[in-house]
Design a protein. Structure first.
Length: 204
């Protein structure tokens, strides 16, 4: 990869940070030994890779699976080298205080949706197809199965992972002060909603 063009989202994005952290394990420095090219979404990176405008790209499913099917080599998987989170629900303290009922209803709906997704593979595949506008069911099934390896099944992450995420974010942003997990993560709304859905007797 030395001297090659590697496509990613944007400078400062999640995948940019991952590349910056993982490449030194292979004796490379991002921007010094490897040229980072901000391309945009994973589908745009896949298109750029096929067009030859970049030499490699960080891809997520289904683009990564499509690239593998075309014979592109997987150089490494980020998940094999670091722990992180890819998606989360975030809100301001002000919104949580002013719209507590909306937050409660949103969390209940989210939990129900996740329970359906986890319990019903075909419904999960259909949901991904609709969301990504993907018509290839077999490919989408591979995406679903890949997702099952990493999904946070109860919606929470361990305190260890919380601290890992915080320390990585501090390195990327230059923050030096101590940041406690409770300043960033609050699963109380999720836990209350989980209990409410369970106590209601609702099942997917």
């Amino acid at each position: 990869m030395r001297g090659k063009r590697v496509g990613g989202s944007t400078v400062g994005s999640l995948d940019y940070g991952w590349l910056k952290e993982v490449l030194p394990k292979f004796g490379l420095q991002l921007e010094k030994d490897v040229n980072f090219v901000p391309v945009g979404s994973t589908s745009s990176r896949y298109t750029a890779l096929r067009a030859g405008s970049i030499d490699a790209a960080s891809l997520s499913p289904p683009s990564s699976l499509m690239a593998q099917s075309l014979g592109y080599s997987t150089l490494f998987r980020f998940a094999d080298h670091l722990e992180d989170i890819q998606a989360s629900i975030v809100a301001t303290d002000d919104r949580l205080a002013r719209q507590a009922d909306l937050v409660r209803r949103f969390m209940r709906a989210t939990i129900k949706g996740q329970r359906v997704y986890l319990a019903n593979r075909q419904a999960g595949i259909a949901a991904i197809m609709e969301f990504t506008r993907q018509s290839d069911r077999d490919l989408t099934a591979r995406v679903y199965d890949d997702h099952m390896k990493t999904i946070a099944r109860d919606g929470t992450i361990s305190e260890k992972l919380q601290r890992i995420v915080i320390e990585r974010s501090k390195r990327f942003t230059g923050v030096t002060r101590d940041v406690r997990p409770e300043e960033i993560f609050d699963f109380s709304f999720l836990n209350r909603a989980q209990a409410e859905v369970t106590q209601s007797g609702w099942t997917p």
